[in-house]
Design a binder for this molecule. Sequence first.
Ligand code: ADP
Ligand code: MG
Length: 198
Amino acid sequence: MFITLDGIDGAGKSTQIEMLRQYLESQGQTVACFRDPGSTKLGDAIREILLHREDIPLANTSEMLLYMAARAQLVADQIRPALESGATVICDRFLLANVVYQGSAGGLDVEELWSVGRCATGGLEPDITIVLDVDPEVAAQRIQRAHDRLEKRGIEYFRKVRQGFLEQVSRAGKRYLVVDASLPIEGIHNAIRELFAN
Ligand code: ADP
Ligand code: MG
C-alpha cells in the first residue's frame, strides 16, 4: 500500500505521518516513510536548492523539473523497492503537490504536469492521498522556525495552493481523503485511521 500525505506547510503532515506510522506498526505492518523531495542523495541535494539556495535563480519550469527529477529518483531507489518488499509506504508529499504548487498556484499547465509526472514516476500512483486542508493563515501561525524559500511566497499564493488541492481532489475522484486540518491533532489522526480499520 502506497499512502501519501499532502497539504500546505503547517497543515500537520509530519505530525500525522508519525502517528499513522506508529498506528500501522502497531497493527503489525512494516512501514517505510519518505519525503518528496528528499530521501535519496539526489533528492536531498535538489531539496537544498529548491528550499534554501536563494542565490540560485530558478525559472518556473526548471523548478518544476527539479521536483520531478527528485521524485523519479525517490520512486526508483526507495518507493518501488519498499513496496516490492511488502512494506507500507508513507510519503510526505508527492506528485499532487508539484501539480498544485507549480501548476494551480504557479501558472504552469496542470495537465502537462500530470503528464510529466507520469514520466517521472513511471506511472506509479498512490493508493490513497490524504490532503490536510487548512486556512493558510492558521497554518502559517503553526510554523515557528524561519520560513524557507517556498514559505516566503505569501498568503495569496497559498490561497491558490489550497484552492488547487481542492480542485484536483474533486476532479480525480475517490483516491483522496480530505481532512479538516484545523481540528485537534487527535481528531485528524482518528479520521485518517478510519481508512485503515478493517
Ligand atoms: P507540516 O509537516 O504539514 O508542515 P507539522 O506536522 O510539522 O506540519 O506541524 C506544524 C506545527 O503545527 C507543529 O508544531 C505541530 O505540532 C503543529 N500542529 C500540527 N497539527 C496541528 C493541529 N491539528 N492543531 C494545532 N497544531 C498542530
Ligand atoms: Mg513537515
